[in-house]
Write a protein of this length. Structure first.
Length: 114
C-alpha cells in the first residue's frame, strides 16, 4: 500500500514526502469533486469516485507503514464495519428515525457534502 500511494518502493521522506502527500490530496480532491458532480447529475448508476477520494485521504496516515498494519486494518474494517452498520441501521429503522432508503442515501459522500 505504501508504495502504490506515493509511487515508490520505499516511502518518501522530507520535502519529497510532503510533495507526495500533496499530490495524493490533489488526486483525492479531483475524485471527490468529479464523483459529487456525477452523482448530482442524477445518473441511474452508483458513482463511486467520491468514495475513492475520501479513501485516499483516509489512508494517508498509513502511507509510511509497511504492508502488514494497513492490511490488518483493512481486513478488520471489512469484517467489523458491515456488522456495525447493520446493527445501527436496524436500530434506526426500528425506532422509525429513518427509512431504509433514507439510511442508504445518507451514507453517500455526495449527499454528505451537499
Amino acid at each position: 500500500m505504501a508504495t502504490s500511494m506515493t509511487g515508490r518502493r520505499a516511502p518518501k521522506t522530507g520535502r519529497e514526502g510532503r510533495q507526495a502527500v500533496v499530490k495524493v490530496l490533489i488526486r483525492a480532491a479531483i475524485l471527490l469533486v468529479l464523483g459529487t458532480l456525477l452523482t448530482m447529475t442524477g445518473t441511474p448508476v452508483e458513482v463511486i469516485l467520491a468514495y475513492y477520494g475520501l479513501y485516499f485521504v483516509l489512508v494517508l496516515p498509513l502511507y509510511r507503514l509497511g504492508a502488514g498494519p494497513p492490511a490488518a486494518l483493512a481486513v478488520g474494517t471489512a469484517l467489523v464495519l458491515p456488522q456495525v452498520r447493520f446493527v445501527v441501521a436496524g436500530a434506526a429503522v426500528r425506532e422509525r428515525a429513518v427509512s431504509v432508503a433514507a439510511w442508504s442515501i445518507c451514507w453517500s459522500p455526495a449527499v454528505i457534502l451537499r
